[in-house]
Design a binder for this molecule. Structure first.
Ligand code: DWN
Length: 391
C-alpha cells in the first residue's frame, strides 16, 4: 500500500530555465508529493512528469562542470577497470561523457535520452544511442553490440519511472558473470540530513538498499556490495550480479541493518521527516527575511535542481534572493523555474556587493568555499542542510 507522507506543493520542471515571456506563460507545473510503499519499501513521487518534458535536446545539467565530479568519475572508472577488467562496457545516462571518456571507444556503448549530450559523446567517438533506457533499446544493444560485462549508471536509475522494466532490460543485456553498478542519492542520507531538496521531478524514486534488493531479487539479480559515497549530498554505489554468481559481501547487510535501525521500513520515520521539512522551510524564510530587513544583499550560489524545490516550496523569489550565480552557460541569462529569479555567471554577479549567499549547490560546499575564499573573508554562506545555518 502506498502512503503519501510529504507535500512540496506545485512545482515546475526543476531544470527548465526560462528565456522569454512566452516560456513563462506556458510554464508546466505539477503537484510534488512523495509516497512510501509499505510492501516494497520504495519511496517514489506521487505523480510523475512525462520523461520527455525533462530529458530532451535542451537539457542543461553538465556533470563535468565540477572538479569534484570529474575526479569522482575518473576514480571510479580506474577502480572498475582494475577490479573487473571488462571486455565490453555500457553506460546508461552518459551525460557529457565524464565517465566513458576513461574507456576504450571500441569496447564502449552509451544510451542518453538528451540529444544535445548524446551528440557530445558521439562526436567524441563513443557510440551513443539518443534514447530512453527500456526493453526496446536493450534488445537493440544486444543485437548490435552483444551482451555487456560491465553496465554502469550514475544518477540515472532513480530518474526511471518504470523500474521493473529498467532492471529487467539490464538483466537482458548483462553477460552471465557481468556486473551492473549504479549510484544514486541515498534515502538514508536524505532522511538523516533533512535534505528534502533531493526530491524533484527527475528523481522519480529515492532509493534505499532495502527497496532495491527487493526489486532486484524478484528479477533474479542480487546486490553483492554497497559503498557509501560523499557526492551529491550522500549517495550509494550499488554492485549487482546474477543471484549466485558472486558472494554477498558484509557491506550489504550493514546497509540493510542501518536502514532498519533508522526506521526506513516504517511510515513513522517519513512522517517525522515531513515535520522537519516544514520546520526547515519556516527557519529558512525567517533567516532570509531577517537579513533582507537589515538591508543586506543576498544571492544564491548554484542554480540547482535542488534549489528549484527549495525556492518553490518556500516561495522564495526576488524579494528574498536578488539573483542566482551559476557557472553553467545554458542557465545564465535565464530565469529560474517557477520563482523566476535571474541567473548570471559568478564573474558577473559574485562580487563585493554580495553580503550573503544561499548555497543552492550545498553538495559542493568544499569546492565552492575553497574557490570563493575572498567572499568568505567578508560575507557568509547560508545552507539549509542539515539545518538552516551560516557556514
Ligand atoms: O541527478 C542529477 C544530479 C546529478 O544533477 C540530476 N537530476 C540533475 C542535477 O541535479 P542538481 O542540479 O541539483 O546538481 P548539482 O550537481 O548539485 O548542480 C550544481 C550546480 O551548481 C550546477 O548548475 C553547476 C553549479 N556550480 C557552480 O555554479 N559553481 C557548481 C560548482 C561546483 C561551482 O563551483
Amino acid at each position: 500500500m502506498k502512503v503519501k507522507f510529504l507535500d512540496l506543493g506545485m512545482q515546475p520542471i526543476a531544470n527548465n530555465f526560462l528565456s522569454d515571456h512566452d516560456q513563462i506563460s506556458r510554464e508546466y507545473m505539477y503537484h510534488l508529493t512523495v509516497c512510501f510503499d509499505s510492501e516494497t519499501k520504495l519511496v517514489s513521487l506521487g505523480e510523475f512528469v512525462p520523461p520527455d518534458m525533462m530529458f530532451n535536446d535542451s537539457y542543461v545539467y553538465h556533470s563535468s562542470l565540477s572538479n569534484t565530479m570529474k575526479s569522482h568519475f575518473s576514480n571510479v572508472a580506474q577502480a572498475l577497470k582494475k577490479e573487473f577488467n571488462p571486455f565490453s562496457v555500457l553506460e546508461i545516462g552518459s551525460n557529457d561523457g565524464v565517465f566513458i571518456c576513461h574507456f576504450d571507444k571500441h569496447a564502449t556503448v552509451a544510451v542518453e535520452p538528451c540529444g544535445n549530450f548524446a551528440k557530445i559523446t558521439n562526436d567524441m567517438g563513443y557510440k551513443t544511442y539518443d534514447k530512453f533506457w527500456n526493453n526496446q533499446i536493450a534488445k537493440e544493444i544486444v543485437e548490435n553490440h552483444g551482451k555487456q560485462d560491465l553496465i554502469y549508471s550514475a544518477n540515472c536509475m532513480c530518474h526511471i519511472q518504470n523500474l521493473n522494466e529498467a532492471f529487467q532490460s539490464i538483466s537482458n543485456v548483462l553477460s552471465d558473470d557481468g556486473v551492473f553498478i549504479f549510484e544514486d542519492p541515498s534515502l538514508l542520507k536524505m532522511i538523516e540530513r533533512g535534505s528534502y531538496d533531493q526530491i524533484y521531478d527527475e528523481h522519480a524514486h529515492i532509493f534505499s538498499i532495502t527497496a532495491i534488493q527487493n526489486l532486484l531479487n524478484s528479477l533474479g539479480l542480487a546486490v553483492f556490495r554497497v559503498a557509501k559515497l560523499s557526492v551529491h549530498g550522500g549517495s550509494n554505489r550499488i554492485f549487482v550480479s546474477r543471484i549466485g554468481s558472486r558472494d554477498i559481501e558484509p557491506s550489504v547487510s550493514d546497509h540493510l541493518d542501518r536502514e532498519n535501525n533508522a526506521g526506513l521500513n516504517e511510515i513513522s520515520a517519513y512522517k517525522n521527516f515531513a515535520l522537519r521539512v516544514e520546520q526547515s522551510k519556516n527557519q529558512l524564510i525567517d533567516l532570509l527575511s531577517e537579513i533582507k530587513r537589515k538591508g543586506y544583499k543576498v544571492v544564491s550560489y548554484g542554480a540547482t535542481s535542488k534549489s528549484t524545490t527549495v525556492f518553490n516550496y518556500c516561495e522564495i523569489n526576488t524579494d528574498l534572493i536578488d539573483y542566482i550565480v551559476d557557472i553553467t552557460p545554458n542557465k545564465q541569462g535565464r530565469l529560474s523555474p517557477g520563482m523566476h529569479i535571474p541567473v548570471v555567471s559568478p564573474d558577473e554577479g559574485f562580487n563585493d556587493s554580495v553580503d550573503y549567499a544561499f548555497l543552492g549547490a550545498w553538495n559542493f560546499e568544499n569546492e565552492i568555499v575553497n574557490k570563493e575564499k575572498r567572499f568568505v573573508k567578508r560575507g557568509r554562506f547560508i545552507s539549509h542542510v542539515p539545518y538552516v545555518r551560516f557556514i
